[in-house]
Ligand binder design. Sequence first.
Ligand code: DX5
Ligand code: ZN
Length: 216
Amino acid sequence: MDIRITPSILNADLANLNLEIAKIAADADLLHLDIMDDKFVPNKTWDFNAAHEIISQSPLPVDAHLMIEDPDLQAPKYAEIGCASVTIHFEATQKPRQTLQSIRKNGARAALALKPKTDFQVLTEFRNDLDMILIMTVEPGFGGQKFMADMMDKVSKSRDFIGDADIWLQVDGGISVETIEIARDAGADTFVAGSAVFKAPDPAAMVLTLKELATK
Ligand code: DX5
Ligand code: ZN
């Protein structure tokens, strides 16, 4: 199984973002970009134009995680401007199948995210439209929260559901040296890590450590 580490820049040093990204560019697999609108979640990050600038300058392929209330309108645009993957939240989309298909048509991997209270079952009708599943292991909105180990049942169920399909299984929230193996054992193969990477004295070394732990 291929293992991917996708550092989130949410809690990186935003005043020196290019330098922060450069630190992990050689070792990380994708750059996880958290887009928040202060409506779907109580926090705001980059708008489309600001995100576009980051995406066009990124040395790494970008994994956009849209925590916004109108993903059906915006997700295809994120695919069009070159994101490698675009994730929409099941709780926000009105037209999940159509939007997932439109992300793909615009050249990105299409992904559906589930908040902690959303049941695994909602995924099952989208197997043919998905390239990645994101199981949130914290309530979306902020970095630095505690990993919810009780989400591992949802991760295992997703792994069984994926079977031999080419669907990545991502976890996001509280991933660190203490928790990554728990998520790996449950079946995750793609790991977002925000504070664990960017609060580490050596972010690149932390990416490699996380990858090694998840690969064992
Ligand atoms: C939270 C975001 C995460 C966040 C993770 O809503 O989706 O990507 O940056 O941060 P850590 O790894 O610190 O939990
Ligand atoms: Zn995220």
